[in-house]
Design a protein around this ligand. Structure first.
Ligand SMILES: Nc1nc2c(c(=O)[nH]1)N[C@H]1C(S)=C(S)[C@@H](COP(=O)(O)OP(=O)(O)OC[C@H]3O[C@@H](n4cnc5c(=O)[nH]c(N)nc54)[C@H](O)[C@@H]3O)O[C@H]1N2
Ligand SMILES: Nc1nc2c(c(=O)[nH]1)N[C@H]1C(S)=C(S)[C@@H](COP(=O)(O)OP(=O)(O)OC[C@H]3O[C@@H](n4cnc5c(=O)[nH]c(N)nc54)[C@H](O)[C@@H]3O)O[C@H]1N2
Ligand SMILES: [Mo]
Length: 744
C-alpha cells in the first residue's frame, strides 16, 4: 500500500537493476522523485506479486554511491583507472569522429557491437549497428554461442517454431483457464528454475504446476530443491546429456511408447531416427553417463506414457559438445510423444501480438536498409562463411572465430568495440585473459554500463552511464503478454537510457536518414503492428494478452497458423516435425542426432584426467546475482558473500578440505581461489562453481581489476571447442580440474 506522500507506478522489470530475463510486474513506490521501494504487482499474470531479491533491491542499486552517473573519458593508460568527467556533447562528438574515421579507413565491419545476455538491448544495439553499417553483433567470448541460440537453432531446424513448457502462461486466466491442462510430468533438464527465471519463464510456475499435480523428473548432476521432490533424478556426468536423450528415445521407440498417430501424421524421418537410436541402448548410455540404466528406462517410460508432459531445459544443453545436436534430440522427445502444440505439453511460443522490439528478420531489415546492404552484411559477418547455420539462422558473430580474428587480423582487422550490457572480462568470456590481451589492442572502445567493472576498467576509452529500468521507457514482447516498462522517476543525475544514447548516435553515424525523433516514436510504430499502443498498455496496468487469433495457443499446426503459406503443418521444408532435419542436411550437418564426448573428459583426454581427476561444471545461478552483477549491492551480497564452490563430503574428506576453507581450483589453463562448501548435494566426482565473481570493494586498476583474475572461474575455461554447427560446444559446463590446498 502506498503511503499518502507516495506515488505508485506499475512497470515490467527487465534490464538494469533487477538484472533478469524479465517479465515480472512490479509496483515502484516513489517519494519526492526517488524510488523508495519495489514490490511485486499482485495483479500481474507473470508473477502475481512475487519478486526475487534482485527486484526488491532496485533502490539500493539505483542510488549506490559507486554508480557512474555522468560520461567519463579515460585520461591515463588503459587500465590505469584515471578518468575525467566529460559532457554528453563531448562524448557523442568524440565517438562520432572516431567511428567515422575507422569506417573510412577500415570499413564499418571493423567495429564490433557487443552485448551481454537478453535485457531490452537487442533493439537499441542492432538499431545503432545497422545505422553504422556493421554486421558484427556479438556476445564476445560466449564460446560456441552457448546461450539459448543452439536450442533455438535446433528447434528452428526440427519444428520451425519455438516451444516451452505450458505452464498456462499464454492464457490470460492462467491456471483457471479451462483450455489449460496440468502437465502430468515436467522434466527439468539442466535447469534450476527458481533462482534463474530463464528466458521469460517464471521459475515458480513449476511449483504452481506441482501444486496442481505435476510430477517431476530432474536431469542434473547436483541435487536441487526440485530433484529432492522428483520421482526420478538422473544424476549424470556433466556434458553427457546427448546420450541420455538418445537412450530415452531408444526406450520409447523400441518399447512402442511413442504417439503413433502424431508420428504418422505430423513427423518426417521416423525410420532413420529409429535406426540411429539403436546405437544407444540403455546399458551403453549408462556407461557413458554414470546413470543406472533402470533409471533412464524409468524416466523414458514415465514421460512417454503420461500425456501431457513437458520438458523445461537450461543453458547446459547449449554448452554440450554438440549443443544444437543435443537440443535436437531433446526436441525429438517431445515431438515423438506428441507433446508439442498441445495443452500441458511443449506449447508453441510466439511473440505477443507478433510485435518485435526491432526488425530483426532479414525480410524486415531488407525493407529498411535495402537488399544490397543486407546481403553485403551477411557476407562480412564474422564466422558466417565458416558456419552455414550461422549465416542462415541468425545474424550473430561466431565468438570463437571472433577471438581468432581479433588476434590475426584475418580476413580483416577488428579495430573498435561498442560494449553495451556486457561484462566480457569479468564473467561472459571463456578465457578472459586471452580476450583482455586481444581487446586491449583495439583502437577505440566504448562501454555503456551503470557501474565500473573489470571490463570497463581494463578496456574503456569512453564510459557512458545508462539508466535502470525505473528511469526509462521500454516494452517487451518476448513471449507473452505484451508489457510496457514505464518511467517511474527522472534519470539519476546525467544517466541516459540505452535507446536515447543509441538513437542519438545512430542519427550522427547513419548513412540513411532516421525518421524517429525519439524512442517513443519508434515504440509506437512497433506496437502499432500489434494494433495497440504504449499508452493503451500503460492504462491497462502495463500488460495485455493478444486478442483471439494466431497468437493464441494450441493446435496451431492443425489450424494452419505456423507456416507462411497458411497451410496446416509445421514451418519446416517438409511441413512436418523433422526427425531427419532437411535444414541440418542443407547446412552440411548430420541430419540426425548423435552423441559427442566433451572436448576434455575422462574419456576424451584420459591423460589430463589423471592429473585433473574432478569434473568441473560452472555457472549454476545464484538467486541474488545476475551473472557478474550485483556484487556491490549490500542486501544481495550479504546473502551470497563469497565465491563458493560445492564439493561432496567424501571428496572433501579424501582431499582433506574442510567446509569454509579457501582452496585453489586448478585446470590445465590456470587457477582461481574459491571457498569450499562441503555438501551432500554435490556429485562425488563433480565440482560446481559459480561464474562472474569479482570484488568491487578491491582495487579496480590494472593488474588487479577488482580481483577478477583471482576469482573468475573462466580463467579455467577456453575458447575453440565449438561444434560443427558453430553453435554449442563450450567447456563452461564440463571440463577437468583439481583442488589444491593454499599453503600459507
Ligand atoms: N539469478 C540469476 N538468474 C539467471 C542468470 C543469472 O546469472 N542469475 N542468468 C540467466 C541466463 S543468461 C541464463 S543462460 C540462464 C541459465 O540458466 P541455467 O543454465 O538453466 O542455469 P541454472 O538454473 O543454474 O541450471 C543449471 C543446472 O544445470 C546443472 N548442470 C550443470 N551441468 C550440467 C550438465 O552437464 N547436464 C545437466 N543435465 N545439468 C547440468 C546445474 O547443476 C544446475 O542445477 O539463467 C538466467 N537466469
Ligand atoms: N563460466 C561461465 N561463464 C559464463 C556462463 C556460465 O554458465 N559459466 N554463462 C554465460 C552466459 S549464458 C551468459 S548469457 C553470459 C552473460 O554475460 P553478461 O550479460 O555480459 O553478464 P553480466 O555480468 O550480467 O554483465 C552485464 C553488464 O551490463 C550491465 N547492464 C545491466 N543492465 C544494463 C542495461 O540495461 N544497460 C546497460 N547499458 N548496461 C546494463 C551490468 O552492469 C553488467 O556490467 O555469461 C556467460 N558466462
Ligand atoms: Mo545466458
Amino acid at each position: 500500500m502506498a503511503k499518502s506522500d507516495e506515488k505508485v507506478i506499475l512497470t515490467t522489470l527487465w534490464s538494469a537493476g533487477c538484472g533478469s530475463h524479465g517479465g515480472c510486474g512490479a509496483e515502484i513506490y516513489v517519494k519526492d522523485g526517488k524510488v523508495v521501494r519495489v514490490e511485486g504487482d499482485r495483479n500481474h499474470p507473470h508473477n502475481y506479486g512475487r519478486l526475487c531479491p534482485k527486484g526488491l533491491a532496485i533502490s539500493q542499486y539505483m542510488y549506490h554511491p559507486d554508480r557512474v552517473t555522468h560520461p567519463l573519458k579515460r585520461v591515463g593508460e588503459r587500465g590505469e583507472g584515471k578518468w575525467e568527467r566529460i559532457t554528453w556533447d563531448e562524448a557523442f562528438d568524440t565517438i562520432e569522429a572516431k567511428l567515422k574515421d575507422i569506417r573510412n579507413k577500415h570499413g564499418a565491419e571493423s567495429v564490433i557491437f557487443c552485448q551481454g545476455t537478453g535485457r531490452d538491448i537487442g533493439g537499441p544495439i542492432t538499431f545503432l549497428m545497422y545505422a553504422y553499417g556493421s554486421p558484427n553483433w556479438v556476445q564476445v567470448g560466449l564460446a560456441g554461442h552457448a546461450c539459448y541460440t543452439p536450442r533455438l537453432g535446433a528447434m528452428f531446424a526440427t519444428q520451425g517454431s519455438y516451444s516451452v513448457v505450458d505452464a498456462s502462461q499464454f492464457l490470460e486466466k492462467r491456471y483457471d483457464d479451462p483450455e489449460w491442462v496440468v502437465p502430468k510430468y515436467i522434466i527439468l533438464w539442466a535447469q534450476n528454475p527458481i533462482p534463474g527465471c530463464h528466458d521469460g519463464f517464471f521459475g515458480h510456475w513449476i511449483i504452481d504446476c506441482m501444486r496442481r499435480g505435476s510430477k517431476l523428473i530432474v536431469i542434473d548432476p547436483r541435487s536441487t530443491w526440485f530433484s529432492c521432490r522428483a520421482d526420478v533424478h538422473l544424476q549424470l556426468r556433466p556434458g553427457t546429456d546427448g546420450a541420455i536423450a538418445l537412450g530415452m528415445l531408444n526406450v520409447i521407440i523400441n518399447e512402442g511408447l511413442y504417439d503413433k498417430e502424431f508420428v504418422e501424421k505430423w513427423t518426417y524421418g521416423f525410420d532413420e531416427l529409429k535406426e540411429r537410436v539403436q546405437e544407444y541402448p540403455p546399458d551403453k548410455v549408462s556407461e557413458i553417463t554414470w546413470v543406472p540404466a533402470e533409471l533412464i528406462i524409468q524416466a523414458a517410460r514415465l514421460y512417454a506414457t503420461n500425456k501431457p508432459s513437458s520438458i523445461q531445459w537450461g543453458e547446459p544443453v547449449d554448452a554440450m559438445p554438440a549443443g544444437s545436436v543435443v537440443a535436437q534430440a531433446i526436441n525429438h522427445l517431445w515431438a515423438i510423444t506428441g507433446n508439442i502444440d498441445n495443452p500441458g505439453g511443449n506449447v508453441i511460443a510466439t511473440r505477443s501480438h507478433g510485435v518485435t522490439t526491432y526488425p530483426f528478420s532479414t525480410a524486415e531489415l531488407t525493407e529498411l536498409y535495402g537488399e544490397e546492404l543486407v546481403k553485403n552484411l551477411n557476407e562480412k559477418r564474422i564466422g558466417a562463411n565458416d558456419y552455414p547455420m550461422i549465416k542462415n539462422f541468425r545474424g550473430w558473430v561466431q565468438p570463437d572465430v571472433l577471438i581468432e580474428q581479433m588476434e590475426t587480423g584475418k580476413p580483416y582487422p577488428v579495430k573498435a568495440a561498442w560494449i553495451q550490457t556486457s561484462n566480457i572480462i569479468g564473467g561472459q568470456a571463456a578465457d578472459p585473459k586471452r580476450h583482455y590481451e586481444a581487446m586491449k589492442k583495439l583502437d577505440f572502445i566504448v562501454v555503456v554500463d551503470l557501474f565500473q567493472n573489470p571490463t570497463s576498467m581494463a578496456l574503456a576509452d569512453i564510459f557512458l552511464p545508462a539508466t535502470t529500468i525505473c528511469e526509462k521507457e521500454s516494452f517487451r514482447s518476448w513471449w507473452q503478454p505484451l508489457c510496457v516498462s514505464q518511467k517511474a522517476v527522472d534519470e539519476v543525475d546525467e544517466c541516459k537510457s540505452d535507446w536515447d544514447i543509441n538513437l542519438e548516435l545512430a542519427k550522427r553515424l547513419t548513412t540513411n536518414p532516421i525518421k524517429y525523433n525519439n524512442a517513443r516514436e519508434l515504440f509506437e510504430e512497433r506496437l502499432k503492428t500489434g494494433n495497440t499502443s504504449f499508452d493503451k498498455l500503460a492504462s491497462k496496468g502495463g500488460w495485455e494478452y493478444p486478442p483471439a487469433g494466431p497468437f493464441r495457443p494450441y493446435n496451431r499446426h492443425e489450424r494452419g497458423l505456423l507456416r507462411g503459406d497458411g497451410q496446416p503443418g509445421f514451418d519446416t521444408p517438409t511441413g512436418k516435425v523433422e526427425f531427419y532435419s532437411k535444414r541440418y542436411e542443407e547446412w552440411g550437418l548430420d541430419p540426425l542426432p548423435y552423441y559427442e564426448e566433451p572436448a576434455e573428459s575422462p574419456v576424451s583426454t584420459p591423460d589430463v584426467y589423471r592429473e585433473y581427476p574432478l569434473i568441473l561444471t560452472t555457472g549454476r545461478r545464484s538467486p541474488v546475482f545476475f551473472h557478474a552483477e550485483h556484487r556491490m549491492i549490500p542486501w544481495l551480497r550479504e546473502l551470497d558473500p563469497d565465491p563458493e564452490f560445492e564439493i561432496h563430503p567424501d571428496t572433501a574428506r579424501d582431499l582433506n578440505v574442510s567446509n569454509g576453507e579457501w582452496v585453489y581450483i586448478e585446470s590445465k589453463r590456470g587457477r582461481v581461489k574459491f571457498k569450499a562448501k562441503v555438501t551432500a548435494t554435490a556429485h562425488p566426482k563433480v565440482i560446481t562453481a559459480p561464474h562472474g565473481w569479482w570484488l568491487p570493494e578491491t582495487d579496480g586498476r590494472a593488474p588487479n581489476f577488482f580481483s577478477t583474475w583471482d576469482h573468475n572461474i573462466n580463467v579455467l575455461t577456453s575458447m575453440g571447442n565449438q561444434s560443427k554447427s558453430g553453435f554449442g560446444g563450450t567447456n563452461y559446463r564440463a571440463s577437468l580440474c583439481r583442488i589444491t590446498k593454499i599453503k600459507d
